[in-house]
Design a protein around this ligand. Sequence first.
Ligand code: ADP
Ligand code: MG
Length: 722
Amino acid sequence: MPSPQRLAAIQAIQERPAPTTAPAASLQELWASDVFDLAKMKAALPKEIFKSVQRTVKENGKLDMSVANVVAQAMKEWAVSRGALYFSHVFYPLTNSTAEKHDGFISVQSDGSTISEFTGKLLVQGEPDGSSFPNGGIRSTFEARGYTAWDITSPAFLMETPNGVTLCIPTVFISWTGEALDKKTPLLRSNAAVNREAQRLLKLLGNTEVAPVNSSCGAEQEYFLVDSAFVPLRPDLLLAGRTLFGYPSAKGQQFDDHYFGAIPQRVQVFMQDVERQMYKLGIPAKTRHNEVAPGQFEIAPFFEAANVATDHQQLTMTVLKSTARRHGMNCLLHEKPFAGINGSGKHVNWSVGNATQGNLLDPGSTPHENLQFLLFCGAVIRGVHLYGPLLRAVVATAGNDHRLGANEAPPAIISVYLGSQLEDVFNQIKEGDLKGSTAGGLMQLGVDTLPEFPKDPGDRNRTSPFAFTGNRFEFRAVGSNQSVAGPLVALNTILADSLAYVSDQLEQQLAAGSSLPVAAASVLKAIMQDHGNVVFGGDGYSSEWHQKAVTERGLENLPTTADALLVLQRPEVRELFEREGVLSPLELQSRFEVYAEQYVLAVEVEAKLVLQIARTQIYPAVITYLGSLASSLRSQEDLGLAPDRTTAGRIASLNQELLSHATALEVALAEPAHGTATHMRHCVDKLLPLMLSIRQAVDSLETLVDDAVWPLPSYQEMLFIR
Ligand code: ADP
Ligand code: MG
C-alpha cells in the first residue's frame, strides 16, 4: 500500500476525466494559419515590396528600411485582426531556452488618445535588457545594452496562450559591441560559410548555374510523459527535471514491448493536440511513436532549412511542455529522467543543398560515379575526423553525460558510420582503385503476395554517434533538452572548412595540369588516407571499440562535460571558427564560460536536492519506520518468538550510510573551487560520486522499508500509471 500522499496522487489520476479530442480540422485549415508566411505576405503586400522581401529571404539580399515599414504595417494588421495586442521579439540566449520581451502595439498620442502602432523600426530592432542573460563575460552589467534584430528568413507567428495572442518575431540577439549573445547569429553565419564554400566547389566542378546553398535539419525529439499528480511529490523532477532517487521498476523495458507499441489513448489525444498546434505554427510534424522505455515517446517533423528548423524545434519543445500540462502531464525533456532505462536524445538529421544541384549528400544509385557527392561526403569525413572532439563538445551538458556511452546512446567517441556500400566505395578510394558500388538489390520476402521492394544499399547502425542514412547524416549524440543550433553550427562550420580545403587542393592540381576526375580522385584519396580512421561500421557500444578507437584509431574519448567543454579552448577550434567567420575568439570563449557555468549550476542544484530529499524526506521516514519496527520486534519477543533482526539492522546501517555520505556531500559542496575548469572537475570527481553513493543507500532502503511510509512516488508508479 503506497503512502497516503502517493495514494492521493494515484486516486487523482484515476479520477481524471477522459481526455477530449479537439474538433476535427483538415490540414488545409490548420496549416500555417498562425504564421505570417510568404503566402500571406504576397496577399498583403504591394508587388514590388513582396519581391524585395522574397529576394531577401531566398537570395540572402539586404533588407531595405522602407520595405520593413510596409511589412510591419501589414504584419500588424494581420496580427491585430487575429486578436493580438502585443508583439514580442523572440530570441535564443545561450541557455537552450527561448526568451521573449513583450511590447504592446499601443502608442499614446499627444492628445492622450491611443492608437495601435508598429513601425519598421520596431519590427527590425528591439532592445531588451541584455544583462540578465548569460554572456560569459562579454559585457559587464553596467554595459547592458543588447539588441534584437529581425531574422526575416524565419517567419513571424502568433502564440496563443491563456493570456492572449502575441505576435512573435524571430530575432538575433547581439551586444552593443556587435558580439553574438545568442544561438541564432552563429547559425546564420555558419550557413553563410557553407553557402560560400559549397558554391565555390560546385563552380569548380563545372556547374554554371549555382543557387544559394543552405543546410537542412530534421530533428527527432524524444521525451517522457509523467502524470502531473506525481511531480509535486518529487522535488527532483520539479527542479532538476530528472529523478535523483528511485529503485528500478520490476518491469522496465526488458520485454521491448513499448517500442512502436500501440500508443496509449491519453497520450494519443495529447499528441494530436500537439500536432494541431504545430500545424498551425507551420511546423511539419510527421511521425510519432512510442520509444524504447515505458512512458517514452518521439515526435519528428519533416526537415526544413536549418535556421527555420531550429526555431521550430524550440517551439516544439515549448508546445510539448505547455500541452502536456493542459493534459495533466509533465513532459520531461531531460536526457536521463530515470536511471536504468533509456534516456532521451534528439537525432539531428542534417544535409546541405540548393535549388539547382539539389541535395548535395544524395549519392544516387551509383555513388562511385557521383564526383560531386563523393567530394561533399569526403569533406564531411575529413571535418569529423579533424574536429570530432568539437562535435563532442557541442553536445556536452550535465544531462547528456548520463546518456552518452551508457549502452543505449552513442559513445562519447565521435566516429562516422557510412553503411556497407559507401564504406566499400571509400575504401576503394583509399586504395586508389575506384571500380564500382555494390547495389542494394531486391528484398526477397519469400511470400508471393507481398510486393518486392528495393533494399537500401546499407543497413542502419544505431550505435554510431554520426551515421550516414541514405541522403543525409544523422547526428545521434545530441541531447533531448538541447537547442539544435550548437550542433548545426559545428557541422556547418567544419563542412565549410573542409570544402575550402577540397577546393584549394583541386585548384592547385588543376593549375598543375590535372584533369578534374584525376584531381578529384587524388584529393579524395588523400582525405581517406589522412582521415579514414574516423570511419567505423562496427558496434559502437562494445568495450573493444572504446579501447581500439583510442589506441589504434587515435580518436579521443571525452567521457564527461568537464573533459569535452575544454575543447572549445583549443587553438585549432578557435582558429576554425574565426577563419570561417562564425564566432570570434571572444564569442567562443564566452560560450565556454556560459556552458561550463551551466554545467556546474546544474550539478550543484542536483547535489542540493539530493541533500534536501535524503535528509528531510528519506531519513525521517526511515527513522519512523525503524521505530515501529523496533516496537514490533519487542512485542514478538514478549510473545516468545524469535524475531528477524537482520533486516532492521540493514535498514539502520543504510540510513547511517545515507547520513555520513550526506555530510561528506555538504562539505564538498562548500569547498571553494577556483577557476572554471577546476570547478567542473570538482563536480565530476567529488559531487557526482557522492550523490551516487547517497542514491545507492536510498534506493536500497526503498526495497526494505514499508511502502506505506515511503515518500517518493516510485518508478513503477511514474512510468506505468497514466
Ligand atoms: P528514423 O527514426 O528512421 O531516423 P525519422 O523518419 O524518424 O527517421 O526521421 C528522419 C528525419 O530526417 C526526418 O525529420 C526527415 O525529414 C529528416 N530528413 C530527411 N531528409 C533530410 C535531409 N535531406 N536533410 C535533413 N533532414 C532530412
Ligand atoms: Mg527516429
